[in-house]
Structure formats: C-alpha cells, structure tokens
Design a protein around this ligand. Structure first.
Ligand code: FMN
Length: 267
C-alpha cells in the first residue's frame, strides 16, 4: 500500500512511478482520507510493503500527513517493510527524525527514509521562487535515476544513504517548522485577481477540499495545508497569496510558467 500526498504533482509522480515498479495498486490519498473522514484502519497482507510519499514542508511533515499517520492503524502489522520517500526542493532538515518518532510511538520500524530533489514550489515567502528552467529540468531528469536507486534499495531491503540534509537543521526543523505550522497555515491571504474566470480548477484540485465557488469565485475555508496547488495550477494565473506570490513563477509537475509570464497584469 502506498499512502501519498501531493500538492503540485511531484510526489504524485513519485507515488505513481513506485506503484508501477512495485506492482502496488493500493494507492491511498492521505489528504482525502483525513478530510473525508473515511476509515483510517488498514490491513496489510504478509510481505506487503507500506509506503509513504509526500513533500517536505518547512523542513518537516505537512500537517495533513502527520495527522494521517497519527490516526491510521494497521490491524495486522507484523514487521512488514515500511518506507518513506520525501520530495523536496532543496533540503529535508530533520523530517526523517520526526517520522521515526511518529512510527516509534506506533510501535513500527522504518529503515528506509529517502528524499528525491524535485522542482521547488514554495513561492509565498520573500526570497523564495520557482527554479530557473535549466535547474528545473536538471532536477526532473536526475530524479529519475535517484528514484531508481531508492526503489532498488527498498526492493532488496538494503538501506542506502539518499537523504538531502543541509546546515542549521535544528533551527529549520525545531524552530521554524513549528512556527510555520502555527502561523503560516492561514488561507486568508489567498485572493483572486481580475483574471479569474471562475473555472473551478482550484476547487477540483485542492487536496483538502478547502475551496468552494461563491458567486463564481473561489473562497478558501480553514483546512489549508499550504500545498499551493490552487496557486500553481490556476490556468489563468489568477490566484495570489497576498503580495508574496506576485511576479513569481508557477509550477506543476510537467508544466511551468516563468515569473515574466505571471507578473504582467497581476493585481
Ligand atoms: C509550504 C511549502 C513548504 C516547503 N518547504 C520546503 C522545505 O522545507 N525544503 C525543501 O527542500 N522544499 C520545500 N518545499 C518544496 C517542496 O517540498 C517540493 O517542491 C515538493 O517536491 C513539492 O511536492 P508536491 O508537488 O508533491 O506537492 C516546500 C513547498 C511548499 C509548498
């Protein structure tokens, strides 16, 4: 079984690639499962692997994923192999340790925690933008080889060292991550510009079903996990997050828009 969460398609690509290679068609959308209130009780067959695939948010675990893992149960867990594949733009900080702690509390053992570097999607803080086109291409190309190595390690159950971690981990994961979870989760700054045509693509793509159309325009409720799917996937580039996203690039796995393309007419 593969439990996944993806805002802008990177982790979805990983989950689908892993599913195809492992012949594992049991894909569970963690955000949908949490928000829709469906049963989080699962069972695994003998030898079935349990995988988690999701993006790193602020050097930690997205809250929706944390909630899913905390609440889920596996009725017949008997040391089946557990693995995690994180996608990140740059650096995962101490997300691996957070995961190990979560699993330890459940009495589960996880020896495979890996990361795959993918194009960056965090654009709502000063200094953060999507990657330049060449870097995005490089990351996407190299991710294929990295994921291949990761899948081989999981298949043979031989852990490898494949986890992106840079400096100042304590500051990033123990100080900034809790602040991010507490203060940066608001959907209030989301707004539409006059380019919005009320097409509802944002409503359809929001992993937490947090957007509805009112009088032909999106309205955000309080279940935002900051994946930025709405902002990046808007076909009109009509969604902004306060002023932070204005003039920044837009990216969705396999598709990009440069800052120059997004800045004009933005209001
Ligand atoms: C709210 C948010 C926070 C992020 N924080 C980090 C981070 O701490 N480190 C990092 O390397 N990438 C970070 N990123 C980039 C994503 O982890 C990366 O682009 C990921 O592949 C996106 O996956 P998805 O397309 O499946 O949503 C962040 C992205 C978002 C939207």
């Amino acid at each position: 079984m593969i439990c996944y969460f993806s805002g802008t398609g990177n982790s979805m690509w990983v989950a689908q690639t892993v599913a195809a290679r492992f012949g594992d068609n049991r894909l569970t959308d963690m955000a949908d499962a949490v928000v829709s209130g469906s049963s989080l009780n699962f069972s695994l067959s003998e030898g079935e692997r349990l995988g988690f695939v999701f993006p790193v948010h602020s050097w930690g675990i997205p809250w929706i994923v944390r909630r899913f893992i905390k609440k889920m149960s596996v009725s017949n867990y008997d040391n089946q192999l557990i693995y995690c594949i994180l996608t990140c733009g740059d650096d995962c900080g101490l997300t691996n340790r957070m995961l190990l702690k979560l699993f330890r509390r459940k009495g589960w053992l996880c020896r495979h925690i890996y990361s795959v570097q993918m194009p960056n999607t965090y654009v709502v803080f000063p200094g953060f933008d999507t990657d330049p086109a060449e870097l995005e291409q490089k990351k996407t190309t190299e991710a294929v080889g990295t994921l291949d190595k990761i899948m081989a390690a999981i298949e043979s159950d031989s852990p490898i060292d494949c986890y992106l971690q840079k400096g100042q981990q304590f500051l990033k994961s123990r100080i900034i991550y809790p602040l991010f979870c507490r203060f940066a989760m608001s959907s209030k700054p989301f707004r539409t510009t006059d380019k919005c045509i009320g097409c509802g693509v944002c409503v359809k793509n929001c992993p937490t079903h947090n957007i509805r159309l009112e009088n032909g325009h999106p309205v955000w409720a309080n279940n935002c996990t900051q994946c930025l799917s709405c902002l990046h996937r808007c076909p009109q580039t009509a969604i902004e997050y306060g002023k932070q996203s204005v003039g920044k690039g837009r990216y969705y796995y396999g598709k990009r828009k440069d800052s120059q393309q997004t800045s004009h007419k933005s209001n």
